[in-house]
Design a protein around this ligand. Structure first.
Ligand code: DGT
Ligand code: CA
Ligand code: CA
Length: 590
């Protein structure tokens, strides 16, 4: 329903008219229409189709026409014209709770304040009070309001933004005339949160792309619309920037708008030293202005004497030096993953059966999947007692014959208790193919206790992988206080793996910590922690995080063949070497 979007636009129009001191009746008409649109229970689009818009109280012929215009084109010309009459920042000022058009007008006209930053600075310095009747209390409220507005523009987690970006790329890729289309910016670099979604395209008819983009059903508001550049606010709240380019510039623009800014600065410096000028339009000889590269990124990097650098590395964290020396890491890729070591089922808090999970893993082309339901202490998750686990393992083994192409492995996500003991005794753990240890309680333990607790678990011969090593939930829960250096050293000492948990709100380890683990030579497992089958595909986020951490294929245990993986899991166990490998299905498909 576009009711709210229209209401917001009409309200904005009223605000602008108020700043401009236009006819109060017109202002009131827009406000009234906005209010009624907001409380309307019917879909405004349905009313438009049935030509019943004028039944909305406050909506006459004129406003009905504007509603139709918006539904058809995604914008209202009059509103855009009115917006042009005032600095853009003034609209932002009015978004701050407590600042109406009157105050915004005073701040802008008498004090020259046209940005939130400037307003915040003055408020913090106590310089707003006294101006035009603003009291100290109002000043404090304005600061709170600014924080609220800023909070609303919080960065979006990669796991939410990536599907939105991919959906936009698909939709615009279908527009006639579009040749190439790619995500850029932090989303292409797969940063764990993104400020906005950047999209680049080449097309023979940019106008068609602009029109298609600004009228997509995902668009809540058109923020900017030029001939080759547009910005919208997505229904999900995030801003999307689109640029349409000439094919000969595409590589240069992709490199430029992928960033990061720091990476670009380094590349530009290298270009200058070679007598080149680099911009979003191409690479040019500084002396003659002749174009030397621009159509592809490979060409742009080659012009400055470098191999192409994967986007996930472009943070100026050593990748430029490594590229120059020909020592870029051979990053792990999605296709290298042979199985998921961390998956739940209905036996605890998952929503599918063992059979469904195995079938889904098989469809993904995996060679193995480890079923790892919770242990007893994880009450909220319906953790299994030792007896229940034994029965569960029986069921896991029983589905194997039905799925000859994939090895069905029995595991556990076993709780690491407060003192570092495992939630199952060693003889119970010994019956499992692979054990993941995880902290699910007592998150507030002091750093030393938490570190000892986790290190003790890593020293347990039956524990192979440390699940979500910091416990953080993006935007929800801070990581627990733990000395990761110590944890990594312990993992390395015992040959254990630490997890990059790909669950969208976890991404734990994050890129920075995973890079440290990798630098110390600690093994990594990239797992989804799937609770619903759809989650198996979020492995993409985990692999991206591993790539941002410079992790190579050889360091990721679940890129190994089943045989090597199982041998590794057994290698720390006391019975290692004594028990022959159980015969299993699971050929090597890859
Ligand atoms: P975000 O959106 O905050 O998650 O981060 P980015 O990296 O996507 O930043 P964004 O959207 O502001 O700009 C996209 C890319 O455009 C950025 O990564 C690098 C490039 N860029 C933007 N502004 C500048 C600039 O002032 N200088 C240079 N060299 N590059 C810039
Ligand atoms: Ca961006
Ligand atoms: Ca942007």
């Amino acid at each position: 329903m576009k009711n709210f979007e229209l209401a917001r636009l009409f309200d904005l129009m009223a605000d602008i008219l108020e700043i401009k001191e236009e006819n109060p009746f017109r202002i009131r008409a827009y406000r009234r229409a906005a209010q009624n649109l907001e409380s309307l229970t019917e879909d405004v689009e349905a009313l438009a189709r049935e030509e019943r818009l004028e039944e909305i109280p406050g909506v006459g012929k004129d406003l009905a026409g504007k509603i139709v215009e918006y539904l058809r084109t995604g914008r209202i010309k009059d509103v855009e014209a009115a917006k042009r009459g005032i600095p853009g920042g003034v609209v932002d000022l009015m978004n701050v709770p407590g600042i109406g058009p009157k105050t915004a007008k005073l701040l802008y006209e008498k004090e020259g304040i046209t940005t939130l930053d400037r307003l915040e600075k003055l408020a913090r310095a106590g310089k707003l009070r006294g101006l035009h009747g603003i009291q100290a209390k109002t000043e404090a409220n304005i600061l709170k309001g600014i924080a609220l507005v800023r909070g609303g523009q919080a960065r979006m987690p990669l796991g939410r933004a990536l599907p939105l970006g991919q959906e936009l790329v698909r939709a615009l890729g279908d527009v006639p005339g579009v040749k190439a289309i790619e995500l850029a910016g932090s989303l292409r670099r797969m940063k764990e949160t993104v400020g906005d979604i950047d999209v680049l395209a080449t097309s023979t008819s940019p106008a068609k792309v602009m029109h298609a983009f600004t009228t997509l059903p995902q668009v809540a508001e058109v923020l900017e619309r030029g001939e080759t550049k547009a910005a919208i606010r997505h229904r999900e709240g995030i801003q999307v920037d689109l640029r349409v380019l000439e094919p000969e510039c595409f590589g240069a623009a992709l490199a430029y708008f992928t960033g990061s800014k720091q990476h670009n600065i380094r590349i530009r410096e290298m270009a200058v030293k070679k007598g080149l000028k680099i911009s979003e339009y191409g690479v040019f000889r500084a002396s003659t202005g002749r174009r030397v590269a621009g159509a592809t990124e490979e060409e742009v990097y080659a012009a400055v004497g470098l191999p192409w650098i994967p986007p996930e590395l472009r943070e100026d964290l050593g990748e430029v030096e490594a590229a120059a020396k020909g020592r870029l890491p051979d990053l792990v890729a999605l296709g290298d993953i042979r199985g998921d070591l961390h998956c739940h089922t209905k036996a605890t808090d998952g929503s599918h059966t063992i059979d469904e999970l195995v079938a889904a893993a098989e469809t993904r082309g995996y060679e193995y999947v480890v079923v790892t339901d919770h242990s007893l202490s994880a009450r909220v998750a319906g953790g299994l007692s030792a007896d229940e686990l034994a029965a569960h393992v029986g069921k896991i083994r029983a589905v194997q014959p039905k799925h000859p192409r994939i090895a069905v492995l029995a595991g556990s996500e076993c709780d690491i208790l407060a003192d570092g003991a495992m939630d199952y005794s060693d003889d119970v753990l010994a019956r499992l193919d692979l054990v993941i240890g995880g902290v699910h309680s007592r998150f507030k333990q002091p750093r030393r206790e938490m570190t000892k607790r986790i290190c003790r678990a890593l020293a347990n011969p039956y524990v192979s992988v440390l699940a979500h090593p910091t416990g953080r939930l993006i935007g929800e829960r801070e990581p627990y206080d733990v000395d990761l250096e110590e944890v990594f050293r312990t993992a390395k000492q015992h040959g254990k793996a630490v997890e990059i948990n790909a669950y969208p709100s976890r991404l734990d380890l994050n890129d920075v910590h995973a890079r440290r683990a990798r630098d110390l030579g600690v093994l990594i497992a990239v797992n989804t922690d799937a609770h619903v089958l759809d989650h198996l595909s979020t492995i993409e986020l985990g692999v991206a995080t591993a790539r941002r951490a410079w992790v190579e294929k050889s360091g990721v245990v679940n890129t190994w063949p089943a045989k090597k993986l199982l041998a590794w899991a057994r290698s720390s166990r006391p019975e290692a070497g004594r028990r022959p490998l159980a015969a299993r299905g699971g050929g090597s498909k890859r």
